[in-house]
Design a protein around this ligand. Structure first.
Ligand SMILES: [Zn+2]
Length: 697
């Protein structure tokens, strides 16, 4: 053996091992790279090649009214898919499908268009058609379940409910604001196919089942809603307004029983309606409320003791402010606060604005929830407009007392009036009574939520009596009902001109009130925006009050509220029953209201001192009627003697003096200061004291 011949062989062998070793190392390194460092990525790629995912649609929750009547439901619809790999004969399959589906054979083949895979053919089939497709038992024809939103009551409560888009997401109303709650969670199925088992059937594996959305029970009573809508339709027919709204609320619980507005639309045909008709106007639209606000400054005056039951005001046909007069619709003469509210006297309200503290007035409006949203879970709620005293002009207090320089929504008004109705509590308005999960194992019920006490119970009671006076003998007579006591307030608000001032011919006529007066079961609001017709009749009392009465009567009877007025003969037992029901209701409400009373706008102590008021100094009268009231009798220029005269005559005699006069008590005048005969130049204020006499007129 020659060592020389061995050497090159050993070198070759070594080199071979070295190369093999290097290749092995590279190979192992690649394996480590693929299986360790890039595992996730490759696993994902592999899954994508072998699986296709399908999102499983969930069923949207149902919306019902408080009695279980379905307002919005999800109806099953079906989609047809062709799984080309399983189809034995495409032409024959298309032929057979065309006998069932609303499609021709060619249309079906066009959908396939020589593609392969899982191809959609048609969507939104109803169950009947889907069953016919299934009965064909065609290989490769798959049915998938989807849902379509359907509104069984069509346009009922449309502006409140809103609707869903094609993708099943809420676009308007409660469908939008409760979209997450109603929608639920989509499921996931994985379909294993493509490269494995090319000839085997497609396998769908449900990874995550879909979870249906929660169901919603509203506080709405469909029958009350229907009453509101039909009566509004009559109003619109008669007065051709821009729009009309109505709200019915249970003042004890804050539950909204009905909320309607016109124009409206059919929820099942929403695509063919205008966006303007979708608006939920009782919440989105604001306006200057006018006279219906007068009750709140009155509440401030009573609650702070600035005005008493025997305080008198004098109306000369206008309210007097420095450099401005606020016209009154009539010359009401001597009025007490009840009469002033009953007649909606502007002059009295101007005088009240001068008696009460502006801060108190602002606090009352603020406490009643004006100037901020009520928090009802509905989209696009407006706050309204309420400026703080720092932004007021010299006229603002008076304007606010007659419902101007403030803008409100219908719902804010209803909530504020509910505080009068329920004895003084501001309640949280509610539209949802209950939520429960799709399989009913989780439930959430919502009870009354008192926010704060804003009126002393005695003041609320007093205000209800005043509102009853409006209907019994004031501007709201047409709101009266034969069987129930009714309290309420008219409003005829001129619409503000954006260029300043007001449009005389453009008005919002409204009526807001409650019944029965002693213990109201319902607060109802009806408003008509720009009614057309004879200007002399376009008043809240004429336009809105009759509709208010018609709705109220039907609603009270629907709620089986026992009549509280002149019970018909033979129904004598109704009274004790009423008393019982009433007592039970009161107790439950008192329990509810056992929450601590907030130190807000507390009732003042029993008012002391003279009931001062009112005809503040004014420029010399210029009109004949005013001039005739001057004390021209015997001694011109001196204070006349009013002793022995009844209040009305004394007031008429003193009104022409243009001096502030305070009237105290009632009956006949028994004393006056300064003394009769005092030169008027030396009088700055007159106080007349009255005493009841058995024979007083
Ligand atoms: Zn007046």
């Amino acid at each position: 053996m020659k060592p020389a011949s061995l050497r090159p062989r050993a070198i070759r062998t070594l080199a071979l091992f070295a190369v093999m070793g290097l290749v092995l190392i590279l190979y192992m390194a690649r394996l480590v790279q693929l299986q360790v460092f890039q595992y996730d990525d490759w696993a994902r790629r592999s899954a994508r090649n072998h699986q296709s995912k399908r999102v499983l649609e969930m069923k949207r929750g149902t919306i019902t009214d408080r009695n279980g009547l379905e307002l919005a439901i999800s109806v099953e619809t079906y989609s047809v898919f062709l799984f080309t790999r399983e189809v034995k004969n495409m032409n024959e399959t298309a032929n057979l499908l065309a006998t069932v589906l609303p499609m021709t054979r060619d249309q079906i083949l066009q959908k396939v268009a020589n593609r392969k895979g899982y191809l959609p053919i048609i969507q939104k089939l109803d169950r009947g058609l889907a069953q016919k497709v299934m009965a064909l038992h065609l290989p490769g024809v798959n049915l998938e379940e989807n849902y379509r939103r359907f509104y069984p009551q069509n346009s009922l409560a449309a502006n409140l409910l809103g609707f869903c888009g094609a993708d099943g997401h809420g676009l308007e109303g409660l469908e939008l604001s409760f979209d997450k709650t109603l929608r639920g969670y989509a499921g996931l199925a994985v379909q294993e196919d493509v490269s494995f088992g090319e000839d085997g059937p497609a396998r769908m594996r449900i990874v995550q089942p879909p979870m249906g959305g929660s169901n919603m029970v509203l506080t709405i009573d469909s029958f009350i809603q229907h009453i509101l809508e039909t009566e509004l339709a009559k109003l619109v027919d008669k007065f051709k307004p821009i729009d009309a709204t109505a709200i019915a609320m249970d003042p004890m619980t804050g539950e909204i029983l009905g909320m309607a507005c016109l124009p409206t639309y059919d929820l099942n045909q929403f695509a063919s309606s205008t966006p303007d008709s979708h608006r939920n106007r009782p919440l989105t639209d604001i306006y200057e409320p006018g006279s219906c606000m007068k009750i709140f400054p009155t509440a401030v005056a009573l609650q702070t003791g600035r005005v008493r039951g025997d305080t008198r005001f004098y109306c000369k046909g206008y309210g007097e402010m420095p450099n401005r007069r606020v016209k009154c619709h009539g010359q009401h003469g001597l009025v007490d606060i009840d009469k002033a509210i009953a007649e909606s006297c502007n002059a009295t309200m101007v005088q009240i604005s001068q008696l009460i503290d502006g801060q108190d007035l602002y606090r009352m409006y603020k406490n009643l929830g004006f100037g901020e949203p009520t928090g009802l879970e509905v989209p696009a709620e407006s706050s309204g407009i309420l400026y703080p005293p720092s932004r007021w002009s010299g006229f603002s207090a008076a304007s606010l007392c007659i419902g101007q320089e403030i803008a409100v929504t219908g719902l804010q008004l209803v909530r504020a009036y509910s505080a009068i109705a329920n004895g003084g509590w501001l309640m949280q308005p509610r539209i949802v009574k209950k939520l429960y999960s799709h399989n009913s194992d989780i439930q959430e019920e919502f009870g009354p939520q008192p926010i704060r006490r804003v009126l002393a119970p005695t003041v609320a009671h007093r205000l209800r009596k005043m509102l009853a006076g409006v209907v019994e003998g004031g501007t709201g007579r047409l709101a009266a009902l034969p069987e129930y006591t009714v309290g309420g307030k008219t409003s005829t608000a001129q619409k503000a001109n954006p260029r300043g001032g007001y449009f005389w011919e453009k008005v919002v006529c409204s009526f807001i009130g409650m019944a029965p007066v002693q213990e109201p079961r319902i607060v109802l609001y009806v408003a008509v925006n720009e009614p057309k017709g004879d200007e002399k009749t376009l008043y809240g009392g004429k336009v809105a009050a009759p509709a208010f009465a018609a709705i109220l009567d039907r609603v009270l009877k629907h709620l089986k509220v026992p009549p509280d007025k002149t019970p018909p003969p033979g129904l004598a037992t109704a009274t004790p029953l009423l008393a019982q029901a009433s007592a039970a209701r009161e107790v439950s409400f008192l329990n509810l209201m056992s929450a601590p009373v907030l130190p807000v706008a507390e009732a003042a102590e029993a008012p002391r001192g003279p009931a001062i008021v009112t005809a503040p100094a004014a420029p010399r009268p210029t009109t004949a009627s005013e001039a005739s009231q001057e004390p021209t009798e015997d001694h011109p220029g001196v204070l006349p003697d009013v002793r022995g005269l009844p209040l009305r005559e004394a007031a008429r005699l003193l009104a022409g003096l243009n001096l502030p006069v305070a009237y105290e008590g009632h009956g006949l005048a028994v004393a006056q200061t300064p003394a009769p005969g005092t030169p008027l130049a030396r009088c700055s204020q007159i106080v007349v004291r009255f005493s009841p006499q058995p024979s007083s007129p």
